[in-house]
Design a protein around this ligand. Structure first.
Ligand SMILES: Cc1cc2nc3c(=O)[nH]c(=O)nc-3n(C[C@H](O)[C@H](O)[C@H](O)COP(=O)(O)OP(=O)(O)OC[C@H]3O[C@@H](n4cnc5c(N)ncnc54)[C@H](O)[C@@H]3O)c2cc1C
Length: 380
């Protein structure tokens, strides 16, 4: 009997990884994306070992390694680049341009299964199927739907209106500088907490540097593209000239209000619709794990769909059981980390910074092991 295709809504990191994983297991799919092309805005993304391992299983890791930079260590200096702590990575971590990652993820997918400029506006869920409506007026009937439509998912808002976006009241700016970091930081990731601000820098393709700056602020602010660089130079005015130079030599700067979907218990599916990635468990970017977890979701869901065949309900139940404990801990840790980095109380701020720079190495390795663990998928 022919299996009905899995309908994927959203062609971001999670949706495209799922498409690859289904294709890999010969499970038919159709992917619908609202944008006229599959790409991502100009910024970098860090990936840890678990998603790299998954992309390896999908035959994409060679390209990934070719087009990314490898981060061999983390430095935690102060704003003047005086080293407080240096930790060698015990596992593979890479930084890649988001557009490159999307190019890699779409490379092996059959073009006729990808439908662009298809914006979902509503969904009607029945016991055995659902009707998906698009902005161009088309309606399709689907027996198995995966919502991978990001933090502002219209499908989640309709099926789980009780889950709402939670702002941490921190704004993050991202830019790509044409300059490199000083030589001593080659292949290193810099994490700086000072003056209640946070500044991160990662080596990027073609000798460039990807940087991120964070400050506490209310959501909803807007930047003037003409003045944003000067404003950031003012904000990080006391930071080392090499860091300010990164800001000063950047192309367009992106701004986001950091947010997640909270940690209250939830199911990840309803009837014949299941959620994946940011659409159901968006996390603040403090630990750089949202995309990593979307990739892990996708792989786990594909394995469940392979194992349980047309028993969609059991596949979704197993997938949620297997994924939610790890993901919800990451969401909670990431929120706490962000709060600690920007605590308004200087005593707490310096206390947390002390813990970060003096935490015993075994605790850091334990966290790495937790993030990198894919052993729980062996049962599939
Ligand atoms: C500042 C910042 C830094 C980050 N850094 C990292 C990092 O270093 N490492 C990491 O792992 N993660 C990082 N993340 C998180 C990561 O970007 C997200 O977790 C990841 O993109 C989630 O993937 P997704 O596929 O679930 O959702 P998305 O990437 O949001 O993709 C959703 C897709 O669905 C489409 N879509 C939305 N609505 C509709 C609709 N109605 N109809 C059809 N299509 C629709 C969108 O156009 C999009 O293509 C960061 C996030 C931010 C904000």
């Amino acid at each position: 009997m022919n299996r009905s295709p899995v309908i994927i809504i959203g062609g971001g990191i999670g949706g495209l990884t799922l498409a690859n994983a289904l294709h890999h297991h010969s499970i038919p799919f159709e992917l619908y994306e609202q944008a006229p092309e599959l790409t991502e805005i100009g910024a970098g993304i860090g990936l840890s070992e678990a998603p790299i391992t998954i992309l390896e299983k999908l035959g994409l890791a060679a390209l990934l390694r070719e087009q990314s930079t490898n981060l061999k260590q983390v430095f935690m200096p102060d704003k003047k680049l005086k080293i407080r702590r240096q930790i060698a990575s015990s596992s593979e971590i890479i930084c890649i341009h988001r557009a490159r990652l999307i190019d890699i993820l779409k490379k092996n997918l059959p073009a006729d299964k990808i439908h662009l400029s298809k914006k979902v506006t509503g969904i009607q869920v029945h016991k055995e199927s659902c009707i998906i409506r698009f902005s161009d007026g088309e309606e399709i009937s689907a027996l198995q739907t995966v919502a991978a439509d990001g933090i502002h998912s219209v499908i989640r808002q309709q099926l789980f209106p009780e889950i709402s976006v939670r702002y941490i009241h921190q704004t993050i700016w991202r830019g790509i500088s044409s300059e490199s970091l000083p030589d001593q930081f080659e292949n290193s990731y810099l994490e700086i907490w000072d003056e209640g601000l946070r500044f991160l820098a990662l080596p990027f393709e073609k000798g460039q540097t990807f940087w991120l700056g964070v400050k506490p602020s209310l959501p909803g602010g807007r930047d003037n593209p003409e003045t944003v660089i000067d404003e950031l130079l003012d904000l990080f005015g006391n930071f080392h000239p090499a860091l300010k130079n990164l800001i000063n030599t950047s192309g367009p700067v992106l701004r986001n209000d950091m947010a997640d979907l909270g940690t209250q218990k939830r199911t990840w599916y309803k009837n014949k619709v299941v959620f994946l990635g940011d659409s159901i468990h968006a996390t603040t970017p403090n630990l750089g794990q949202g995309g990593c977890q979307a990739i892990e979701d996708a792989w786990c869901l594909a394995l469940c769909l392979r194992k349980y065949g047309d028993d969609f309900h059991t596949a979704c139940r197993k997938y949620t059981q297997m994924r939610s404990r790890k993901v919800m801990k990451i969401v909670a840790d990431s929120w706490r980390f962000g709060k600690a980095a920007h605590s308004k109380n200087p005593l707490f701020h310096y206390g947390y910074r002390f813990i970060l720079t003096h935490a015993p190495e075994y605790l850091i390795r334990r966290q790495e092991k937790f993030l990198n663990d894919l052993g729980y998928l062996d049962k599939l």
